[in-house]
Design a protein around this ligand. Structure first.
Ligand SMILES: Cc1ncc(COP(=O)(O)O)c(C=O)c1O
Length: 476
């Protein structure tokens, strides 16, 4: 049998080959791109019936440039993942250098220097004894891995507790869009539809610092109240819990809900007291966003699983990881025939290009001491956004590092939200885009998550665009 090159289908002069070459070389007009975008590209979390193409051609620092040459300030770090700005020379260079070696090496039974070195660096930087790194690609995949690791741990640890088959999750939690991460998630608008497909979880209240529980008057009291509610859940379900899952300090997709101080440390204490594991989902809040490399560090918390994603690669390439302890790792060791391996993996987990970007990002954070600068940037951002309280529609301005939210309300005194169908946040963001600032709302919440390198001028520009956005929106 001939296996020569000419026997490959589509080779040489075939019409398929000609079409492929023609397509690759084709210059697309802007109208053509817009038409294909509407027709073929199913965008995430987007109502395609209403989609108005916004096509970014290139980017530099905090600026995006669309195909019409319009420069737009990236006010949400390309969905909270860009840390050092776009086209950062050190990250670009690291990826180029990596490309000269190899683009991809699987993590299934083999390694490569880039993911090995990144694992070592994460072990150095992670809190406590966390030093075992399991790679995935997107955040949700890493959350799936952490949930399954916790579940499997109890079945093969030294004194197995197979009765631990439940997870405790927070109200309005968000951990991604795969079915496991949706199960522990609790944003009804995104998740309710899939209820019949999800596993049961124990759900506690959302530890909100803006809408306090009826019985409390201060954020501190609310913190105690929430921990009390969780303590009761631990008492009720403690010996059935495989793990408790927390977004430390800020619940992103819930609408940048800020937790009362001490809540995270309180949850760690409860998890330890009731002998269960703590999964800290730092996918949104990690990588310096809150002014420490990891949000857990604010309350001296060492989780059992630190889950990182988004900004880990500087916002360049899909990369996420679960960082865990020798205690967990050891439970997965054994003879081949014991079948104790973690039977879970993602094709591109630990991709070398992404790991090279991550190593460069971590080195750059260190070199520039950018995370220390976040406290000052937070003050600027807070001040700029708090000036929006002059507008009656602004109910709350909240800020934690380079994570901020401006919540629009129908009534500031009662904190009454606008009905979500009115899409007020979308209207304001659309108007802000006309001012050259890209923001993406969560319901009534205007989310501001700029790259950590955003300057004072950029932060004021974002606040100004929100102001104009609110002023130019029809509130009737
Ligand atoms: C806290 C948190 N966990 C998990 C995820 C899911 O990450 P990914 O979109 O990369 O799957 C997100 C995404 O926004 C998030 O904010």
């Amino acid at each position: 049998m001939s296996v020569g090159r000419s026997s490959y289908p589509g080779d040489g002069s075939s019409t398929e080959q000609a079409r492929a070459d023609e397509f690759l070389a084709m210059e697309c007009s802007r109208d053509q791109l817009r038409e294909w975008d509407r027709r073929h590209y199913w965008h995430a979390f987007t109502q395609m019936a209403e989609y108005d193409p916004l096509i970014i051609e290139r980017a530099d620092g905090v600026w995006l440039t669309d195909i019409d040459g319009r420069r737009i300030l990236d006010g949400v770090s390309s969905m909270w993942c860009n840390v050092l700005g776009h086209r950062h020379p050190a990250i670009d260079d690291a990826i180029r250098r990596q490309l000269q070696q190899v683009a991809h090496v699987t993590s299934l039974g083999m390694g490569h220097p880039a993911p090995i070195r990144l694992a070592r660096r994460l072990a150095e930087l992670a809190p406590g004894d966390l030093e075992k790194v399991f790679y995935a690609s997107d955040g949700a995949c890493a959350m799936e891995a952490a949930l399954k690791m916790a579940f499997q741990y109890w079945r093969q640890c030294e004194v197995p507790e197979p009765g631990r088959d439940l997870f405790l999750a927070l109200g309005h939690a968000y951990h991604g869009d795969t079915l496991g991460s949706v199960s522990v998630g609790g944003v009804a608008r995104f998740h309710a539809m899939f209820d019949p497909l999800l596993f049961d979880v124990v759900r506690g209240p959302c530890p909100d610092s803006y809408r306090l529980p009826a019985a409390t008057a201060t954020v501190e009291e609310a913190g105690q109240y929430y921990l009390g509610r969780y303590e009761r859940l631990f008492e009720q379900y403690g010996d059935r819990l495989a793990a408790v899952v927390v977004e430390p300090l800020v619940q992103g997709a819930a609408g940048m809900v800020m937790h009362p101080p001490g809540f995270l440390a309180g949850m760690r204490e409860l998890a330890t007291r009731f002998g269960t594991l703590l999964i800290a989902d730092e996918i949104a809040v990690g990588m310096g966003r809150t002014g420490r490399l990891w949000a857990c560090q604010w309350e001296d918390v060492v989780p059992d699983f630190l889950v990182v994603g988004k900004g880990i690669s500087g916002g360049y390439l899909p990369l996420s990881a679960v960082v865990t302890s020798p205690r967990i790792w050891d439970a997965f060791l054994g003879d081949y025939a014991d079948s104790k391996s973690f039977f879970h993996g993602h094709t591109y987990g630990g991709n070398p290009l992404a790991c090279a970007a991550a190593l460069a990002t971590l080195a750059e954070l260190e070199r520039t001491r950018l995370v220390e600068h976040v406290a000052e940037a937070e003050r600027t951002l807070r001040q700029a956004l708090e000036s929006l309280y002059q507008l009656p529609q602004v109910g709350d301005v909240r800020c934690r590092g380079m994570i901020a939210a401006v919540e629009l309300v129908a009534d500031r005194a009662t904190r009454q939200p606008f009905p979500w169908e009115e899409a007020r946040g979308h209207q304001v963001c659309r108007a802000a885009l006309a001012q050259g600032v890209w923001l993406r709302p969560l319901g009534n919440v205007i989310v501001v998550v700029p790259p950590l390198v955003a300057t004072e001028e950029h932060l004021h520009r974002i606040a100004d665009a929100i102001r104009v956005g609110i002023l130019s929106t029809d509130w009737e």
